[in-house]
Structures are given as C-alpha cells and as structure tokens.
Design a protein around this ligand. Structure first.
Ligand code: ZN
Ligand code: ZN
Ligand code: FE
Length: 761
C-alpha cells in the first residue's frame, strides 16, 4: 500500500438475507485476501462495511462480494460510495448497530454436511451432540426474538459460551465465527427424556439411546425438534400407527415420514431427480412421493390409508440425524398436537397437551420462540411447489410492487398465514393453520404481533377477506385501523401475480372449495379477469345448492344431492330412487330434500371442490370425508390415464355477465356410464379431461396471454398437468403458485398484492 494515489476507501451498504449466514466472516476473509483494511458490522437494515486499499484489490473484492457470497445469503441491494482514505491498517468486525429494521430474518436451515460429519466423528468434540450448528446451518427464525440477529436477541441468550466455543465464535477463520446458536455439550442445550407428567428418566446420550429403544419397541415418543414437537412412532408397524391415530384423533389424514436418508427412501418410494433434489435441499421439506410398487421396506397402510403417495422428509437437525442412526427404521413424524390444534413448542406444555398421546417425551432446553411446522412440497408440471410454506422458507419475503404503507394481511380462514408488508417486501408468516380453535387464534395473533415487533412498525392498513365471518376478518375489523377487504378468489389470482411479478391483464382460474362472492353466493370455480383497472368474473360453474351449507365439505353426498336437485328439480327424489339409491336413504334424505325444497340452510354455490365431491360420491368412490378434500383426491387417484375420452361441459355465454360452465350434459354422460357399469377410472379421467378442456376453451376465447391457475383444486396433479400442457401448446403463458401454496395458505400474499396494485396504480 505504498502508492498513495491508488489508495481508495469504499463504503458499502448491503441489504437482503445477510445476517446469520456467515456474511461478515466472508467479508472479513475476502478483505484480508485482498490486503484491504476497514470494518464490517450488522445493522438493522443489513450489513455495512468500509474497505480501504489499492484500487485493483478493491475491484477484486467488489467482484467477489457479488459473484460468490456465502451459500445462504441473498443480496437484494448493494449501495456503494467513495470515501476519503483514512489512517488504518487492520480489518475489524464491529458491534451491531440498531436502526431501521429491514434485514431479513433467515429461515431455519437444515444441518450442513460439515456439521453432520462432526456429530458422527468420534474424534470430534461435537461427536453425538444434538445441537451442533454453524454459520451455514441451524436454527434461525424459530429462535430469533428481534433484529439484528445477534445472540442476545435469540433464545440462546441464556447459554453462556464455554471458552472453546467462544474462541470459535471469535475466530474469523472458523466455520462457527459469529454463529449465534453456537454450542457444545459443555455449554449448550441438553437433551432429556421424560416420562408421563414430565418425570426425568435420562439425560444426554442416554436420553437419546433410551428414546431410540422405546421407538423400536413401538412406543409413541413426542420429540422436541426445531420448530415444535413431533409425535413419532415406527412407520413399519400397523398396530403402532393405528394407536397413534386413535390417540391423536386423526382418522385418515396422511402422516408424514422421517427416513434416515435417500437410500432408505428409495426402498419404499419412487423419486424422480427433481424430487430427490427437493428432499435434499437445506430447507428439507416433506415431499410427496409415489409409493413404490415393489417396496423392500414395509410402510404401514395406516400411515396414509388408500393414498398412492407418501409424504417423506429427511433428518434436518443433528437430533434427527442421531435419532435415525439409533433406530434405523423409518418413523412417522407428525406434528405434535391433537387433531387440528397448532403444533406444541414448549416441553412443559407438551407434557400436558400431549399427555394422552405420547408414552415418552424427548425434550431439550433451547426455547422455541414460535411454532414452525414442517413445510410440504411436491413436484408438479416438472417444477417444485410448496403446499405448506413454513420451516425452511418462512419468513422470507416476496417482493411486491409499490412502496405502500406498512400493511398486514390477515389471510383466510383455513390454512391461514399472515403477511406483513414493509417497503417493497411482503414477509409471509409460517403456516398457522385452520382458525377453528382458541389455540389457533392465539397463534394467529402471536404471528402478527411478532412480525410487527421484529420490524418495529405498526401497520397503517389491514387487509382481510370479504367474508365478514372469518375469524381473521373479525380480528381485522376490531383493530381500529383502516381495513381493505378483498374477494377470496381475486386474492388467489393476485398471489400468483405477486410471485411471478405479473402485471394485468391476467386471466385467472381460481378453483377451490369455497369463498364468499360479492353477490352473496358461495363462489369456488371462478374465472377472473384481472384488468388494468378492475377485475371481472369471466366465468363460473352453473350453481347448485348445498343442503346443510358448510356440512357439505365433510359429506360429499350433500353436494351430490344438491347437484341432482339443481338438475332434476322436483323429479330429484324419483331420479334418486331410480338411478342412485345408494346415495342417501330414509329420514336423512327427506330432511335434505326438504332443505332444498325450502331453500333453508342450503346456500347456492359455484364451488368446483364441491363438484368434485359430488362426482366422487355419485361414482361411489367416497361418500364421507374424514379430512378436507379427501373425496376429491380419491376421485383423482382413481383415474385411468389410458382413457382418452372427455366429458363435455357446455359453455353458455350470457349477454352481459359471466359465461356459465354447465355440468348438466356431464351428468347425462355420467349416468349413462354408471348404467353401463363403466369403470370409475374411466369416468374420473373423462371428468378431468372435460375440465381441462373448459380451461383451454375459455382461455382460447380470451385475448389475454397470461393465464393463472390457482386455488386448492389445482393441487390436483392430473387436472394441473392436463391444463398446463394444453395451455402451453396453445401458446399461452401459464403461471401457478410455486413458492407460496396454491391453496388458502397463499391468500395473505394475494391480499397484499391486491392492495398494492389496485386503485393505486
Ligand atoms: Zn453447519
Ligand atoms: Zn461450548
Ligand atoms: Fe380458497
């Protein structure tokens, strides 16, 4: 640094996901490599640094910063300024500065290769230590109280680093330099095994070994993990899995599996390369895979009754790696809760809440600050898609247009998530779930409160669904802050527009269970034209009534009866006797028919989900749902892909109003097929192809190029892939939810996008 003329000093402000990913040590090392002096520090907004040295080295440093940042860092902006060189010749990492809070909180990241090697290496001081982590992996969101991301602001604040851990933490050359949750068996969290009532049975290695033995002996163990408790049991033992179902009061909804690694997964599932990639990402979601025809590991039928797919994940914490090494067989790992309550996160609470379910509790003393469920993903139309966006992804933001006020979108009623929009970013909460229990409402309020407090800015506006009776909407209207409401299906379309940065015009197919329409009827098969000024309803299914209203979502026979009633009118009873006597009998039938005659408690709907239910019941696939969407799913799984035929839906264009998609002709064909004892698989495929044709015809009639497929019905892989292939063939650009779920888990993002783009253009 002798040639003073070439000496430069550059100041940089970097924003994005730059805290908790080893960004400062990376800057430190890169600066030293290039003979630069200066400093770096975390701020509320990201990372700030100054480097000084010879101009060519400054250039090298800047290039390296942009081209090769640490693997988990996401740089959204780099602001650069020229400064006057100072008298300095060292590089230091300075203390964090509080300020405006725009840095990201990183999601929890699955264990990295190096850390997994450490815990299985007998010579390593972290051999067998279940809370090993480094700057490339470990807990983040689930332990962070507030920004900036420093140890005192996490739930690790009460653990004092031992001298060895402290020296790792202080050494810029170490993988654990400033790794906030850094710990070892001397100074860090510790494992314990509790019996009923929280009686301690064993600690540390012995706790793990005893829990492993108990699992092998078919006991149910509640395991405190990263974002909450799992209930675990052997997946290869029918009786044990049934016992878990009974205790958890969960009849048939599929359980997720935890496998030790890919070799084990391949022994009971088929997985494509894309699916393997998805399983092995550091986000480590549950991935839906096809069951193998020829498994060499038996998976109990009760894990996912009647389901051709299994939800599988790989170990993502050292604890899970160690436990799987201990037991060797795949385990059921379902969220630690009773039926639809939120996941349990505290060990003392678990002993009470999960007392009637678990035989043992494998717990630890690192507090989990918020529940973060496992994410659920799949590959559809060749691309990964999240069906539940939670651990590993939340609360990473999606960029939204405009620089609007601070807004909170409260989402829908089922599969709730909330979104917090600050500047150009919408931070989407972890999966909160169905807002049907007090515990779920507590989790909902906590999620809002926590995102607001992390970013330290109260919302100036709340955004809710049009439906006034959703508990999320009721909450919004009570806050004393202006509320904007958004039609449910319009929000579905906007969620995909946000994710893919689409500007109007867009033609969106929002097909789902139910959402309130502005005409007071229950919508659910909406084709929405999002124009530059306003949205219009371009098409929908011919409506029918649902006897008993919401009860129909659990009882597909009600949808079938409502459909037949809309079709046959007064002849419905006689028609039932003659053509579908199996559907409903006796008193129950009379009550429902009377509801339909009088119109009492039988709302009018255009729901696509209910049409699927009706078909499932009429073709005798399933008459009752034990979980949401079950009948519709089983109707999809029944499909025989060799069948080329399609049922024909009529499209009635109205003078001024939406096109009506009429199912009457389809019912004609279905009853002809039923009378001829046509295989269900053939009928299912004809129905799916018929609907895909509806999409192609409606899209073909529209000049709009950008087509969006959204809503829970597009979780149907057959419908999705038929529609996408057809639309792409026709030269349309097709978009669907990938990063954010296609179901109501995406509504909050759609609400933000709607508020940001409508009426404020
Ligand atoms: Zn690591
Ligand atoms: Zn230590
Ligand atoms: Fe919906």
């Amino acid at each position: 640094m002798s040639e003073v003329q070439d000496m430069r000093r550059v100041g940089l402000t970097v924003t994005g996901a730059v805290q908790g990913v080893g960004f400062r040590p990376f800057v430190y090392r890169t600066a030293l490599d290039n003979h630069l002096s200066g400093w770096v520090r975390n701020t509320g907004a990201g990372v700030e640094l100054e480097v000084q040295g010879e101009s060519p080295f400054i250039e090298l440093f800047l290039r390296h910063l942009q081209l090769a940042p640490p693997p988990n860092a996401i740089l959204t902006s780099i602001e650069q300024s020229e400064l006057t060189p100072e008298d300095c010749n060292t590089f230091e990492i300075r203390h964090s500065e509080a300020g405006t809070k725009q840095a990201y909180i990183l999601p929890d990241l699955g264990s990295c290769r190096d850390c997994v090697n450490d815990i299985f290496d007998e010579k390593n001081r972290r051999y067998g230590y279940p809370f090993t982590n480094c700057t490339n992996c470990g807990p983040r969101y689930s332990i962070t109280r507030e920004l900036p991301y420093d140890r005192p602001n996490t739930s690790m604040s009460t653990f004092e680093l031992c001298p060895v851990c402290q020296s790792e933490y202080d050494n810029p050359a170490d993988r654990r330099f400033h790794a906030q949750p850094n710990a070892c068996s001397v100074c860090g969290p510790r494992l314990a095994l509790w019996g009923p009532g929280g009686r301690e049975i064993a600690v540390k290695d012995e706790a793990l070994a005893t829990a492993g033995q108990a699992l092998l002996a078919c006991q149910i163990v509640a395991v405190k993990g990263l974002g909450g408790f799992h209930l675990m049991v052997r997946a290869d033992d029918e009786e044990s899995v049934r016992r878990l179902r009974k205790r958890k009061r969960r009849a048939e909804k599929p359980f997720a599996l935890l496998a030790s690694g890919m070799p084990q997964v391949h022994r009971f599932c088929n997985a494509t390369n894309e699916e393997v990639d998805l399983l092995m990402t550091q986000q480590a979601p549950i991935v839906l895979l096809e069951r193998s025809d020829d498994p060499t590991i038996y998976i109990a039928e009760a894990v996912a009754p009647g389901n051709p797919r299994l939800g599988v994940m790989l170990p993502y914490t050292p604890l899970h790696h160690l436990l799987m090494a201990e037991v060797g067989v795949p385990l059921v790992a379902t969220s630690g809760n009773l039926s639809d309550e939120p996941i349990c996160i505290d060990e003392h609470e678990a002993v009470t809440r999960l007392n009637s379910i678990a035989d043992l509790f494998l717990v630890h003393n690192r507090p989990i600050l918020r529940p973060v469920d496992d994410s659920v993903a799949r590959v559809i139309s060749g691309r990964p898609q999240l069906l539940r966006r939670s651990r590993g992804y939340a609360p990473l933001p999606i960029e939204v247009p405009g620089d609007g006020p601070v807004q909170v979108a409260v989402g829908a009623h089922l599969k709730n998530t909330i979104a917090y929009a600050h500047g150009s970013q919408a931070y989407i909460s972890q999966h909160i779930g169905d807002l049907e229990t007090e515990l779920a409402m507590d989790a909902f309020r906590d999620a809002i409160r926590q995102l607001v407090s992390i970013y330290d800015d109260e919302p100036a506006e709340l955004i809710a669904d049009d439906h006034p009776d959703y508990l999320s909407s009721m909450y919004a209207h009570k806050q004393g802050v202006p509320v904007t409401t958004v039609q449910h299906h319009v929000a579905h379309v906007h969620a995909v527009m946000a994710e893919h940065k689409l500007a109007a015009p867009v033609l969106g197919f929002a097909w789902d269970g139910t959402g309130l329409g502005p005409d007071g009827t229950v919508w659910g098969s909406e084709v929405i034209n999002v124009g530059t000024d306003a949205w219009t309803r371009a098409a929908h299914l011919r409506t029918f009534r649902l006897p008993g209203g919401d009860a129909a979502s659990k009882d597909p026979r009600r949808s079938a009866l409502g459909l037949l009633y809309a079709w046959q009118g007064e002849n419905a009873a006689a028609f039932l006797d003659k053509h579908a006597p199996h559907l409903l009998k006796g008193h129950e039938r009379e009550v429902m028919l009377r509801m339909l005659d009088s119109g009492v408690n039988s709302p009018e709907t255009s729901s696509m989900g209910r049409l699927f239910d009706a078909l499932s019941a009429l073709t005798r696939v399933r008459a009752r749902n034990s979980f949401e969407g079950q009948a519709a799913m089983e109707f999809e799984w029944a499909a025989d892909l060799d069948e080329p035929g399609a049922y024909d839906f009529a499209l009635h264009q109205q003078e001024d109003g939406p096109t009506v998609i009429d199912w009457a002709g389809v019912l004609d064909q279905v009853f002809v097929d039923l009378a001829a004892e046509t295989a269900v698989g053939v009928m299912s495929t004809r129905f799916h192809r018929g609907l895909a044709n509806v999409i192609l015809r409606l899209a073909g009639q529209s000049p709009v190029e950008q087509i969006v497929l959204c809503g829970g019905c597009f979780q149907n892989k057959l419908l999705h892939e038929l529609a996408v292939a057809g639309l792409e063939n026709a030269g349309k650009r097709v978009y669907w939810a990938e990063l954010v779920p296609p179901n109501d888990g995406g509504i909050a993002l759609g609400q933000i996008h709607y508020a940001r783009t409508t009426g404020r253009r």
